[in-house]
Design a protein around this ligand. Structure first.
Ligand code: ASP
Length: 447
């Protein structure tokens, strides 16, 4: 049994958090590969180390002194070293980074130092081997990770059976130059290592106990989701529930490796299990029809009415081609006989909405054209909704009972997700009413 355990920034923010990590690692000998982010925020008002490094880099670029910011970084690591009685030679590491604080040093090198330093400290504290991500995560020149090479490199590092600590967020190109992932990328490092190690589980330790049925900022104390499949997770994350980096799913999905999202501050909680296929467990313990309720605000709906288009081939294509020309990604396209709505994020269309409207008018000659902002999309996601008759009916009547006007509705035939468009001002209310009607009442029944 082998587990890859990734600890996010808040899990390694200070010595107190390091102690929690060691306790977790010592409780399970199969946690052999540990990935760490750079130290995150200790309290609400301080900073993530990676943010400070990006700030140093900007100061170098503009020729402004970066010394004060870098001292803040050094002091965070010095206090971890002191509090945990470590021997790691941080001063030499700091001197090396300082000597490279120059305009011609690549940004990726500088901003990756948070993970590097955190992993150095963590390796000593756990009594594990430090494996620099530059020696383990192999990038190709096209920016893709070379999984075969990464596997070889990792196997060499793991030969003596001792645990290893790998810094997240970066790897190296074939010429040794460091390349970072997108922000939050340590999740990807963990997933890649889980793939090449053929891990049994990829544990992602963070500061929440996995996924909740709804956003805790909207629903007080919402129910936790015990298990979810990859497709539901994609829907949930795309529509706003962001715990895991989007790209962290692909490397583990490829090998059917479950992801377990856990809370470093509440290790007794089993968190959320993300599985390729939940059906076996669902048979013993049927899931709730609704896995999660999520959504996003600030969409724009462009609606055009044109009579007698139903027989006209290519009308919709011409409409969508205009959006493509402006590089606007489309969220949804609800269509009725003579009416077409195109839903896009307001942010993406703000800069060119008048030009698009003008093009539609001249090229498609609609009888009517309307542009509406401030629309929110509420997504009700659940593998258990499949073939439950009346599900959308019950949902819609709940909106009606709560006097929430529905602007658009869409559901694909896999029945995994029902998306309802409401006005921004009704967004919280919409989520609350679905939660109260379908989740909270059941929670009360079972209590
Ligand atoms: N430290 C990086 C960031 O803040 C990567 C990570 O934490 O996953 O984006």
């Amino acid at each position: 049994m082998i587990k890859v355990a990734k600890f996010g920034g808040s899990s390694v923010a200070n010595a107190k958090q390091f102690k929690k990590v060691r306790k977790i690692i010592r409780e399970d000998a199969s946690r052999k590969v540990v990935v760490v982010s750079a130290c995150g925020k200790e309290a609400g008002d301080d900073h993530k180390i990676t943010d400070l490094l990006y700030l140093c880099e900007a100061h170098i670029r503009y020729g402004v002194s970066w010394e004060e910011i870098f001292s803040m970084i050094e002091n965070r690591y010095r206090s971890i070293k002191e509090d945990l009685n470590l021997n790691v030679d941080l001063e030499t590491e700091f001197a090396k980074i300082r000597s490279l604080m120059k305009p011609d040093t690549p940004t990726d090198y500088l901003v990756s130092r948070g993970e590097y330093l955190t992993a150095l400290c963590m390796a000593e504290y756990l009594g594990f081997e430090f494996a620099d991500a530059a020696d383990v995560i192999a990038y190709q020149y096209d920016g893709e990770i070379d999984m075969v090479r990464t596997q070889q490199l990792l196997q060499e590092k793991c030969q003596d059976g001792k645990g290893i600590v790998v810094p997240g967020f970066y790897g190296a190109l074939p010429n040794g130059v460091i390349k970072v992932m997108s922000r939050g990328g340590s999740d990807i490092t963990g997933a890649v290592l889980a793939n090449v190690m053929d891990a049994d589980v990829y544990e992602n330790w963070t500061d929440v106990s996995g996924f909740f049925v709804a956003d805790p900022r909207i629903i007080h104390n919402p129910m936790q989701i015990p298990r979810i499949n990859y497709s539901e997770l994609r829907e949930m994350s795309y529509m706003g529930a962001n715990i895991l980096h989007d790209d962290a799913v692909f490397p583990v999905r490829e090998k059917n490796i479950p992801i377990n999202v856990r809370n470093t501050n509440d290790p007794e909680n089993h968190g959320t299990m993300i599985l390729c296929d939940c059906s076996e467990l669902d048979e013993k313990d049927p899931p709730h029809p609704i896995t999660g309720i999520t959504g996003r605000k600030d969409f724009t709906v462009i609606t055009l009415v044109k009579s007698h288009t139903s027989g006209e081939v290519g009308y919709l294509r011409k409409l969508l081609a205009i959006f493509e020309e402006f590089h606007i990604s489309i969220e949804s396209v609800p269509v009725t006989v003579d009416t077409f709505s195109v839903i896009v994020s307001t942010e993406s269309i703000d800069r060119c909405v008048y030009e698009i409207a003008a093009r539609i008018r001249t090229e498609l000659k609609p009888d009517d054209l309307r542009v509406e902002d401030h629309v929110a999309l509420v997504a009700i996601v659940g593998r258990g909704m499949k073939e439950v008759p009346g599900m959308s009916g019950q949902l819609l009547s709940e909106f009606g009972r709560n006097k929430i006007n529905i602007k658009v509705i869409s559901q694909t035939s896999d029945e995994l997700c029902i998306v309802v468009g409401v006005m921004n001002r009704d967004f919280d209310k919409a989520i609350k009413c679905v939660y109260d009607r379908f989740i909270a009442t059941e929670k009360r029944k079972n209590a």
